[in-house]
Design a protein around this ligand. Sequence first.
Ligand code: NAD
Ligand code: TYD
Length: 351
Amino acid sequence: MKTYLVTGGAGFIGSNFIHYMLKKYNDIKIINLDKLTYAGNLENLKDVEKDSRYSFVQGDICDKQIVEQIFTNNNVDYVVNFAAESHVDRSIKEPEVFAMTNVLGTVNLLNVAKNFWQEREGFKEGKKFLHVSTDEVYGSLGETGYFMETTPIDPHSPYSSSKAGSDLMVKAYADTYKMPVNITRCSNNYGPFQFPEKLIPLLINNCLNKKALPVYGDGMNIRDWLYVEDHCKAIDMVINNGRLGEVYNVGGHNERTNIHIVKTVIAYINENVDSEVTENLIKYVEDRKGHDRRYGIDPTKIKEELGWEPETPYEEGIKKTIKWYLDNQDWMKNVTSGQYQNYYTSMYGSK
Ligand code: NAD
Ligand code: TYD
């Protein structure tokens, strides 16, 4: 029986990961530590909240006492660190909280895990700290080439810089204390339960409400889209078989321009709703400051070492995603009903 401390499990990828793991394994225990910021939502986990293998602790990864209490009360085998401030636009407006959670929070988790694992039983086999990072730490690509694990980190936004900072601290714990760690760096995820400040759910939400679809700059920036369940599978494989201390890039050669994403979302929404959404809703707006032009991952290492490959083609993934949002419109209403304001609305008012 393995015990997982999953941080940020009430967010988008974390909640998908918890679902994935509880479905795949019978004999595991998952403790979800989440602060429940605007991005964390217990509704994402409604169908597992009564599962005896799952428990929830509301708390901050920066809080040493809470993390120590979890380690004291449980024999934690794996830490899977999803908890983060995750939105680039917000990081441009308020960078401090990104440094706090993403860097200091990760260091706090590392430190408590190190102390418990080292003092209680040494770094025994079967313990691991898996840090979920991003391809954005590599910076921006030109028209050719891909990010490899050996690509030097060169982050630009406060978000990606804070993630790079946390990656370096994870590496430092491995190099200095021989702590068993892995870092995964994935490309842009999409799928159910993603907060509608990120491009794809924002587009779906705005299409359904006939609101403008903001496209930053010329719409030709490129992201490498990964269906969230494929990402969860990769994390599980890295936990089980990743070589200690290694970084694994996770992505699926699925590069699309933003304007392509906008047009496919409109097209697939129109296949499913009665009142037509037209491309007249597209609104080119001022570009994001420091907007990275292109991300693209070379996933050769995870494929060759662990046998991982993405299984969901974009056309299938985007249809499944849109269907999920159409079937869960109450979820969308609930998560956007609080203090949430998207970046564009907060900068330019609602249009
Ligand atoms: P998210 O914003 O949807 O969820 C983050 C979760 O962390 C929320 O539940 C939030 O309440 C929680 N949280 C925030 N601050 C916390 C704190 N101080 N203590 C405890 N919990 C806290 O993010 P996501 O999209 O699910 O991303 C998860 C991880 O994956 C992040 O580390 C992110 O950097 C990384 N990542 C995401 C993507 C993507 O496309 N979404 C791509 C690459 C990497
Ligand atoms: P986003 O989902 O914020 O992810 P990231 O910045 O981490 O890649 O944005 C994806 C791409 O879409 C990025 O190039 C910015 C662009 N974008 C828009 O054009 N309009 C929007 O309203 C948003 C949120 C993003």
